[in-house]
Design a protein around this ligand. Structure first.
Ligand SMILES: [Zn+2]
Length: 759
């Protein structure tokens, strides 16, 4: 009731309404049910009834039908819609009917597999059946491993463990592979880019080992809402799936508000800080005793907001103490206490990083304030999915930051509320990734000449590996002959094995906290860089380039670093090209030669440039895929050289910032270069390329959506209120020049043959 009153006040508030760019009322949705299917084990139905579940939701019914008819399926429904039942029920049903049946569950993170294990255990305990489920990951004690291999009906693991701990040792897992009926892959949308391309190959290996043992498992996948869940899941599992996306779960009414902080300097396009605005909004809810979660993008913002909020609530006795922070780096005990407090209501507010986005049960809250666009529509909905009880109203407010993506969304709310536009992309046939897994597969079982492995023929790769003395060909079969164990060397998170190790030396201790691939090392971990890992900032004290080691120290600073790359691009092969368009576009293979030269220190929130430094590192070369756009001579001739340069840089900035609206990827995954006279075309050219050797499909997608991509860039620039350019659109005036914004708009209108609109 209280929330409705606060919402009414906001509706009446002129100041608030002036900042609202979109306000959607999402009506309550009643549940839609179907009966338990007649084939479902009576014992399972009884357990569900004992829990008060008399019928299934429609999507659960559809998933069960598809699985029962022998198909594989992908379930795409929102958070908290009972997705896990879509796989737990068929799996338990199969094991109850046949004690030999086995299932393998894959989750991308440990926290998630833990959560799912608890749920599965609960069902099995209620059943009173002898069904053994085990987690098999890096934490599993050696003593327990043997029992799991022999007796586990359901083995819960992650792709990394399947890759290094299970498949290479398949001879010890005969029982599992001979009887494997189901492979469950939850959170499919996580498997994209480099990671997804690797996982698709791990699944190819899994299928190959299963064939060897005479099994042919069905796949049951689940995904958050993205543009192409079916396509992504089919590429991951390498076969057809049935799409189940008709959500039958109920939900209460929700208000979703897009809020853009007021402009404080129109000329420079500067808005009031999103953190300050979010603090005000959250304080409003908390003062009214409304349970609220605030999502921040980094650990620093989390702490900052928590401090602001507590200060703001100091006048209200007892309130500040009921607001907590929650992020990576907190001790597990501390986290559990906060989670419990949220569930039982003793914690009123929490400021969290996306660490709370997934899996962890905190019950359902009433209000959610998201500070800055989390980077994708699907993760925004996942964060917003933390609020909303079965009945009654809930509210989610997305507060825009001054980033270009945020500003685009604020100006185009229909984009946010429409169909999810971001595609999850993988490229399992990336030659380097494929090569890695052919090695692993050859170690697991010899290859037959002419054997398929996703790709039509592996002969060339096999012959290459034979030349390298890694394989030996005998009677039309290729046998692994090297001493070492290939999977150990291959990380699923990077394309090649040439990684830099990040070593935390805070407080005199040394601890490896992560890796960065070779291509990214010069820009991410050069000396004096601020490296962010798990929401924590680290200062790079020293980079040992030859040893591939970066020594870092924990810090809390109010800036991040951005390195300048001097990049040369050479087109090696044209795969696709479009020459009839006003601006010819192409897609193909390129050589990228990049040298990091200097870095800027940029203040958080305001994006002010507060310092710089030099970087002394050698040039790095990489083959990858690129999308390019040429400016025809006739158009270039109509612009003064400075304007062309500024317009091109501005356009490049906008394109690279807009790309993540279509690609489910990290903004860093796509890089851009603008050349006023490209050695390849002789024309002004903008290249956008995949930051990974061999490419993961990003550039190709941009080529495929070329007109839409350019239209979106134009909307972003023309929708920005700045005069001559700002960080939220083409970039600041000192980068693009006084007429850069106008020139970028002109280029785009020419490219879209949109001259009528030109003034
Ligand atoms: Zn602007």
């Amino acid at each position: 009731m209280k929330l409705d009153q606060v919402l009414e006040e906001l509706r009446q508030s002129e100041r608030f309404q002036a900042c609202v760019t979109g306000w959607r009322h999402l009506p309550p949705r009643p549940a839609r049910h179907v009966d338990f299917p007649p084939w479902l084990e009576l014992r399972l139905a009884q357990v569900l009834r004992a829990r008060g579940i008399e019928r299934l939701y429609t999507h659960q019914g559809a998933a069960l039908d598809a699985i029962h008819s022998g198909k594989s399926a992908v379930v795409v429904t929102p958070t908290a819609s009972g997705k896990t039942m879509c796989y737990n029920l068929p799996v338990l049903d199969a094991i109850l009917k046949d004690g030999n049946a086995r299932a393998l569950y894959l989750f991308p993170t440990k926290a998630l597999s833990q959560d799912q294990m608890n749920e599965l255990h609960g069902l099995i305990t209620d059943l009173g059946a002898d069904i053994k489920t085990y987690t098999y990951d890096g934490d599993t004690p050696t003593t327990a491993r043997k029992a799991i291999r022999a007796a586990g009906h359901v083995v819960v693991t992650n792709p990394d463990m399947l890759h290094t701990g299970i498949l290479p040792h398949h001879t010890r897992w005969v029982k599992l592979f001979e009887n494997l009926r189901y492979v469950v892959i939850d959170e499919v949308h996580h498997y994209r880019g480099v990671f997804g391309s690797h996982v698709a190959n791990v699944i190819r290996r899994l299928r190959r080992v299963c064939r060897f043992y005479g099994s042919d498992p069905q796949f049951i996948c689940a995904s958050a809402t993205i543009a192409n869940p079916l396509d992504l899941a089919e590429r991951l599992v390498g076969g057809p799936l049935e799409l189940v996306d008709d959500n039958g779960a109920p939900s209460g009414a929700k208000e979703f508000i897009l809020y853009n902080p007021p402009v404080v300097n129109r000329e420079l396009g500067i808005r009031r800080s999103s953190a300050l605005e979010a603090q005000g909004l959250a304080a409003d809810f908390l003062r009214n005793d409304i349970q609220t979660i605030v999502f921040a993008r980094s650990r620093v913002t989390t702490e900052l907001l928590l401090t602001y909020l507590r200060e703001g609530l100091a006048r209200h006795p007892g309130l500040a103490e009921k607001v907590h922070g929650y992020r990576g780096g907190y001790l597990p005990l501390q986290r559990r206490a906060i989670e419990r407090g949220l569930r039982d209501g003793s914690v009123l507010g929490v400021v969290a990083t996306s660490a709370l986005e997934l899996g962890i049960d905190i019950g359902r809250l009433d209000a959610c304030v998201i500070v800055g666009y989390p980077g994708s529509v699907s993760s925004t909905w996942q964060q917003a999915g933390r609020v909303g009880r079965r009945s009654g109203t809930s509210v989610a407010i997305l507060v825009g930051s001054s980033n270009p993506l945020d500003q685009y969304l604020m100006a185009n709310p229909e984009y946010f509320f429409g169909q999810p536009p971001e595609s999850g992309l993988v490229n399992p046939d990336n030659l380097l990734i494929l090569l890695s897994h052919v090695k692993c597969a050859a170690f697991e079982l010899p290859f037959e000449a002419g054997e398929k492995f996703g790709v039509e023929s592996t002969d060339q790769i096999l012959d290459f590996l034979a030349e390298q003395k890694l394989l030996r060909r005998v009677d039309g079969r290729y046998h692994w002959m090297a001493e070492d164990f290939p999977a150990e060397e291959i990380s699923l998170r990077s394309v090649s094995a040439e990684n830099f190790v990040i070593i935390d030396i805070t407080g005199g201790q040394t601890r490896v906290i992560g890796e960065v691939d070779r291509v990214s090392a010069p820009t991410l971990i050069h000396e004096e860089a601020i490296y962010i890992h798990g929401g924590q900032q680290y200062h790079v004290d020293r980079l040992d380039y030859d040893e591939k080691k970066a020594y870092v120290r924990k810090v809390d600073v109010d800036y991040y670093t951005d390195a300048n790359l001097a990049v040369r691009i050479q087109v090696l092969d044209v795969f696709k090209s479009r020459t009839d368009d006003a601006f010819p576009a192409g897609y193909g293979e390129v050589l990228v030669a990049a040298m990091a030269t200097m870095f800027k220190k940029i203040k958080l929130f305001t994006h002010e440039n507060i310092g710089s430094g030099r970087i002394h590192l050698p040039e790095e070369q990489m083959h990858t895929t690129a999308y390019w756009l040429n400016v025809p001579e006739t158009v270039a001739a109509g612009l003064a050289t400075d304007d062309l340069q500024g317009g091109l840089v501005g356009l490049a900035n906008v394109l690279v910032n807009v790309a993540p609206l279509f690609l489910l990827c990290d903004p860093r995954d796509v890089q851009v270069v603008a050349e006023v006279k490209s050695p390849f075309t002789g024309l002004p050219t903008i290249y956008l390329y995949d930051r990974y050797p061999g490419g993961v499909g990003l550039a190709e997608k941009l080529y495929d959506i070329n007109p839409l991509f350019l239209r979106t860039a134009l909307d972003l620039i023309t929708g920005c209120s700045c005069e001559g350019g700002c960080p939220a659109c083409v970039g600041p005036v000192d980068e693009v020049g006084p007429r850069g914004k106008r020139a970028a708009v002109r280029l785009l209108r020419e490219a879209l043959r949109d001259r009528a609109a030109q003034g």
